[in-house]
Design a protein around this ligand. Structure first.
Ligand SMILES: NC(=O)c1ccc[n+]([C@@H]2O[C@H](COP(=O)([O-])OP(=O)(O)OC[C@H]3O[C@@H](n4cnc5c(N)ncnc54)[C@H](OP(=O)(O)O)[C@@H]3O)[C@@H](O)[C@H]2O)c1
Length: 314
């Protein structure tokens, strides 16, 4: 089978199309014939060597496709089922192994591209908004980066749950699209009076931040007394201890989508919402397998609403 691998860490040029043996499932694995693979910024971090990885490695974490084989302990899915999964060992390939706990059935009216796109971004958004934000009715949620893969799902989950949603995004057209997804107020993240603009709408009970090195001070200023700040990425600024000493009562929570409990059932809930037309996963572009390096360049350099997807069969 063909797989996009890297034999060394580095820039997009380390990705090669390799011919490799099809993997066999261990006891708790599901072998998926990959129809679509989601592209995430963390795929680039792995390729660049930010996390310890055995080389050569196959890129990618999110897939949707058809079950080709199952390990002897797997009972939830069968050969021939349409599924999606995250936390996969090498998604940019014609076949990929998924841990059974991270697999969900894909409803017939949800496409493979949508199923692959929802993956890690959807589970992370769910953990941030539904798991740590519920009950949502009557709450105000601030989602930084509401146009991103995680953000555009998080905005919809918060609105669906009954929260008033404030989001940030870049250009005006993307801010308009985030409004269409359910955010009542969407501000340009570059504006200098962002904190005042948010505070004028109302103190957020839940703030979801992917760049605390830039926004932590603003978050602490605007978050409601007793509120929750969820961090999905980034680092604390060096000055953090200085202003943490004057902070209000709040909970600070880190989210790791890949290590969340019940990943498979959360994915099932997400694709169920898509099937019911209550959640949209925006896919900006799809790429054939051999253009995976261009997809990885785009996921960190380009701006768009939603997700990018690689299609091995295209
Ligand atoms: N903890 C976890 O398990 C987990 C899981 C998934 C992702 N993440 C991390 O969460 C972050 C978002 O992931 P993603 O998949 O949504 O990435 P993405 O699709 O690339 O989205 C990035 C978002 O950041 C916004 N942005 C760009 N520059 C910004 C700035 N200066 N200030 C504020 N926002 C800015 C973008 O807005 P425009 O495009 O409108 O400019 C976009 O909304 C990444 O750092 C990713 O690594 C963590």
């Amino acid at each position: 089978m063909r797989a996009i691998r890297y034999h060394d860490t580095g820039g997009p040029s380390v990705l090669t199309v390799d011919e490799v043996p099809r993997p066999g499932p261990g006891c708790t694995d599901v072998l998926v014939e990959v129809r679509a693979a989601g592209v995430n910024p963390v795929d680039v971090s792995f390729r660049e060597g930010a996390y310890p990885t055995d080389l050569p490695a196959t890129a990618g974490l999110d897939v949707a496709g058809v079950v080709s084989a199952v390990g002897e302990d797997v009972t939830a899915v069968e050969v021939g089922d349409r599924v999606c999964a995250t936390g996969v060992d090498g998604a940019y390939a014609e076949y990929a192994l998924a841990p059974a706990n991270n697999v969900a059935q894909l409803p017939d009216d949800v496409s493979f591209v949508e199923g692959a796109a929802v993956g890690l971004a959807g589970v992370t958004a769910w953990q941030a908004v539904v798991h740590y934000g519920s009950p949502l009715p009557g709450k105000t949620v601030l989602f930084h980066g509401g146009s991103g893969g995680v953000g555009h799902i998080g905005v919809q989950l918060a609105a669906l749950g009954g929260a008033r949603v404030i989001a940030t995004a870049g250009a005006a057209d993307r801010r308009d699209r985030v409004r269409d997804l359910g955010a009542g107020d969407v501000f340009d993240y570059a504006r200098e009076d962002l904190g005042t603009a948010v505070a004028d709408v109302g103190a957020p009970d839940l703030v979801v931040d992917h760049r605390p090195e830039t926004y932590l001070e603003l978050d602490l200023e605007v978050v409601a007394e007793g509120g929750t700040l969820v961090l999905i990425e980034g680092e604390f600024p060096e000055t953090s201890t200085a202003f943490l000493s004057r902070v209000k009562e709040l909970t600070i929570q880190a989210v790791s989508g890949l290590n969340a409990p019940d990943v498979g059932s959360t994915l099932g809930d997400l694709v169920g919402l898509i099937a019911d037309d209550r959640l949209t996963v925006e896919v900006e572009r799809t790429y054939p397998l051999e253009d995976a390096a261009e997809a990885q360049r785009a996921v960190v350099e380009d701006s768009y609403v939603g997700k990018l997807v690689v299609e091995p069969g295209a």
